[in-house]
Design a binder for this molecule. Structure first.
Ligand code: SAH
Length: 248
């Protein structure tokens, strides 16, 4: 069981697999006013940076579930490196339907809401693990600027304009699902560049090291088109943020 190989090639050197920087995760940890020993569940925990740094800085305990073998291994390594291996646990598994035995104070899905089949399903799934008065964190893209055509949406890596909402509508959708937005931290261009541009050097290094790999031709074509695609579309049209929600 694993995620498509393209991600473990292009994002192999990423600690954070979304447009958040370490500073943004630090801000988020601070503004949530996390109490020591708060249990945090993270579905699609990637390389574990959020849980590991919050365990170090706020003494939370965490459980991360991620379907990438590589990212899960990196998360465990990061926990050792930051001296929090006794506070955080990472499971390599498909998080679809994952519910904890013990309820958590914070239940998160940051940049992986397909795990619950979209925002509504992910809220429903996370709520099953959450204490009353607990906080749900959803990391999700939104349109900074609504694309004028479906081709522009596709250029942004979306299937259709309808994949995402503009920010007021996204916030409205949380309200419609019975949740109150109690905090949010939004990514900026610098974060998008760190997420996207950092893939290019990683990809180039991979190509140099694997010239005869079956995947090399495809990866070469990807790297050739990616910077221009990114600055033309994603960087112009897509926003991204983490939204902290509590049931009304
Ligand atoms: N939240 C992390 C990672 C976001 S990228 C961060 O902030 O860095 C999306 C993650 O979802 C990837 O790590 C990918 O491996 C994981 N993923 C994709 N499908 C999944 C599934 N069905 N179950 C668990 N993890 C999944």
């Amino acid at each position: 069981m694993d995620i498509p190989r393209i991600f473990t090639i292009t994002e192999s050197a990423h600690r954070i697999h979304n447009p958040f920087t370490p500073e943004k995760y630090a801000t988020l940890g601070k503004v949530l006013r996390l109490e020591p020993e708060t249990r945090v569940l993270d579905l699609g925990s990637g390389s574990g940076e959020m849980l590991c740094t919050w365990a170090r800085d706020h003494k939370i305990t965490g459980l991360g579930v991620d379907m990438s073998q590589l990212f899960s291994a990196q998360a465990k390594y990061r926990a050792e490196e930051l001296g929090v291996a006794d506070r955080v646990q990472f499971i390599h598994a498909d998080a679809t339907g994952y519910v904890t035995n013990e309820k958590v104070g914070v239940a998160a899905c940051i940049g992986a809401t397909w795990i619950g089949g979209g925002i509504a399903g992910t809220l429903e799934l996370l709520a099953k693990s959450l204490c009353p008065e607990g906080i749900i964190l959803i990391g999700e893209p939104y349109w900074l600027k609504l694309p004028a055509t479906e081709d522009i949406a596709k250029g942004c890596g979306a299937n259709a304009i309808s994949d995402f909402l503009i920010l007021p509508e996204l916030i409205g959708s949380f309200e419609n699902l019975g949740y109150e937005l109690v905090e949010m931290v939004l990514a900026d261009h610098e974060g998008w560049d760190r997420y996207s541009a950092a893939m290019w050097l990683t990809t180039r290094k991979w190509l140099n090291a694997h010239p005869d790999d079956d995947f090399a031709k495809e990866i070469r074509a990807h790297l050739t088109s990616e910077p221009k695609r990114y600055v033309t579309y994603t960087r112009e049209y897509l926003g991204w943020g983490v939204f902290a929600l509590m049931a009304r």
